[in-house]
Write a protein that binds this ligand. Sequence first.
Ligand code: NAP
Length: 519
Amino acid sequence: MTHLCVPIFVTDLAQAKRDIAAAAEAGADMVELRLDRLKDFGIVPEVVRESILPVIATDRPTWEGGHSDADDAERMTLLMVAGCEGAKYIDIELQAVKSHEAVFRKLRGGDDPREINLILSFHDFSGRPAKLYNIVKEMDSLPADIDKLVWTARTIRDNAEVFELIAHRQRPMIALCMGEAGLMSRVLAKKFGGFLTFASLDSKSVTAPGQVSINDLKNLYRWDAINEKTKVFGVVANPVAHSMSPAIHNAAFDATSFDGVYLPMLVDGSYESFKAFMETFAPIESLHLSGLSVTIPHKGNALRYLKEKGAEIEDLAQLIGAVNTIAISQNGPNPILRGWNTDYAAIVDSITDKLGIKRENLSKLRVGVIGAGGTGRTAVAALAHFGAIVMVSNRTHDRAAALAAEFNGRRGIVAAISTDDLCRRDLDVVINTTSVGMHPNIEANPAPDLKMTKNMVIFDTVYNPAQTKFLQLAEAAGARTIGGIEMFVRQATSQFTIWTGIPAPREIMHEVVVARLKS
Ligand code: NAP
């Protein structure tokens, strides 16, 4: 069993009791009482005795990232008091034990019947300790009950070493990476059989960088459902912290009782970083990495990597030059990888569904695309592929011209024109693929001179706000509209079905996005 432990900085009696009760209420099965900010040690016996959850007592010194300036003897005395009052575990730093090994061995070797379990800990806030495996060996040579190794992840790949350490443990082990890149190790501790993971009571009471709140761990990252066979999915991006994908996909796993968990995966922008990420995690059999969403800045990297591996890649993803979805169907030395672009399908199918036509009927349409960035390129390539007449405009005209030169004549017609010119054309569909109108500039309009009519479909890929100025004007003119949320949900539902083989719970995924945007 992997415990879910809430760390609490103890400052006074009432606060400690309140926080312990809140941790129990939130679903923790253990608390770590951090005593290193406490001024009045006299309250320790009562706090520990009356705790309704099993206690780890910790008095972390400043030299190991904590707040206590007391010497080792004082700290150990305080921890022993906590132990005598009923703390089930006490945490002592490896360094402190090494400096007082004789005392420590005597303590451990005595015939005291009280059951105090010792956590031997090592923390490195600067990165992976240089002599990690020597530290593990040293720990194993000492008579402790649980080893704890925590360091700040240099990159997401450090999590792989955490999984390996836990898998090869000699005795119960807590191994975690701090920082944003270390999230995997915290959420997947249960999958790999770590002794515990830490989760904060709320975002204000975090005791180490990268700690997630107990609410997020349980309700966003599906802690209660995770087991050793759970399939792992994620969004590879940089930045990734504000991605809505974990919320939408985990809610879909919940709704369908699919045994999966979806995580944000922070990977530096270079191709080398993307490749290193894939080569590290895809082959780990026990991780069951099964699917990835890929977004800025990695869609091109994903395509290049899959090509290099000779993977099966959807034709249109190759044409667009971007893969946003990877499925991994077998882990081990030679994982089977496949790649798709579900963004283009989301754009195309939003339009065909709105008009009640088939994809092949897109060839009868005249479409204006405003913007020639990544989304503009996806729209132009896909619409031209299905034979539409596409007019593309962009603030930087050369980018639109380059797009037109690349895709004109393949099947449909693509011409680069100015936005003023686009506004004068007789068009069936107009798509905004720029960020104009996005929060906070919500009054901005990407094509102020466009004459919208009720025969047109106006599509805004911006999803924050849900109802952009562009869409408001379209509705006022009686045009049919498609919003960015619809596109976002569609690309996600396609991913879900690619990975799981089951229909996606679309309504629920839509609700999650709307709720997230509101909050
Ligand atoms: P991108 O590659 O950076 O392209 C940005 C585009 O916006 C470029 O064409 C750029 O023109 C244009 N632009 C930016 N600021 C402008 C301004 N002030 N005036 C006129 N044009 C401006 O970004 P992207 O990934 O394509 O994303 C673009 C938009 O699509 C975003 O707003 C995003 O919300 C939306 N999007 C939605 C979804 C969805 O699922 N709904 C998915 C992806 C993206 P220049 O070439 O002149 O710089």
